[in-house]
Design a protein around this ligand. Sequence first.
Ligand code: GDP
Ligand code: CA
Length: 323
Amino acid sequence: MRIVVLAGGIGGARFLRGLLRAAPDADIAVIGNTGDDITLFGLRVCPDLDTVMYTLGGGINEEQGWGRANETFSVREELAAYDVRPQWFTLGDRDFATHIVRTQMLDAGYPLSAVTEALCARWLDRPDDGRGGPGGAGVRLLPMTDDRVETHVIVDDDAGRRAIHFQEWWVRLHAQVPAVEIVAVGAEDAKPAPGVLDAIESADVVLFPPSNPVVSIGTILQVPGIRPAIEGKTVVGVSPIIGGAPVRGMADACLAAIGVRTTAGAVAEHYGRRLLDGWLVDEIDAGTTAEGIEVRIRPLYMRDVDSAAAIARAALELATELT
Ligand code: GDP
Ligand code: CA
């Protein structure tokens, strides 16, 4: 079975770990969000790609859901001692190595897709290690585009109306300042990365994990060509909203910026019936309906790999039924 998954960071990565367990023999292509990418200290950082890579490769900090396990912060402390800014974005020593390799390759002229493939050779090209990391064999991680797309947030506060990088809004301001608008700068001129449209074309099913519908999946869908390619496919999504709230993070602030209510049903209708065929909602949201979309009720908390695998299995069953 060929499966395409559009993924942001933590919600996408945890779902994917379950999907690997639920469908170990599937051919899985992950189209990763790069709108959150940022250059810090001269290094290109791709938080969502790295969260997927580290999670599937068994290198993630489990409690946090991002960053490396067994991390140390010497470089960060040294940078702070020089009073180098910004200091609000945490990068650990192990993580720095990833960004150094990526930046060197980008500077040498390799596109992000080739760089990502090279980085993933370390993390994904191995079978199940039996130690919690399911191993990423069978998964290809493709950035949505090789072109520069950066999510910016228009905010309006005491300092006036201005555009700031998504990470500054999310990490430094904790999305506390309301977003007037969220813009994926560069998206309209971006081309899907090599392999992206082919993967969608040959997919039996496309899955939307419980990733942020605005700044993760929404950004991927803004790359010209991706949305129309997906519209022709059987698509099943998992609600990132449970009982009117994002399970973790501040996705409600993003939904507010685009005028969508923070409910499982409103998110499904925001994607719409042209895109979505099936939608999984949590038991607490039983009674959710979405025009033209088949809604199923399942426990949607990803407590561990087993619960994520059960969700992935339910998504695949619904997709098979709707195909
Ligand atoms: P980010 O890039 O790290 O913010 O990660 P994603 O975009 O992939 O996913 C973030 C979203 O995952 C959050 O907005 C939550 O709504 C959702 N989420 C996190 N944990 C869970 C969970 O256990 N179950 C469900 N259904 N959604 C979750
Ligand atoms: Ca993200």
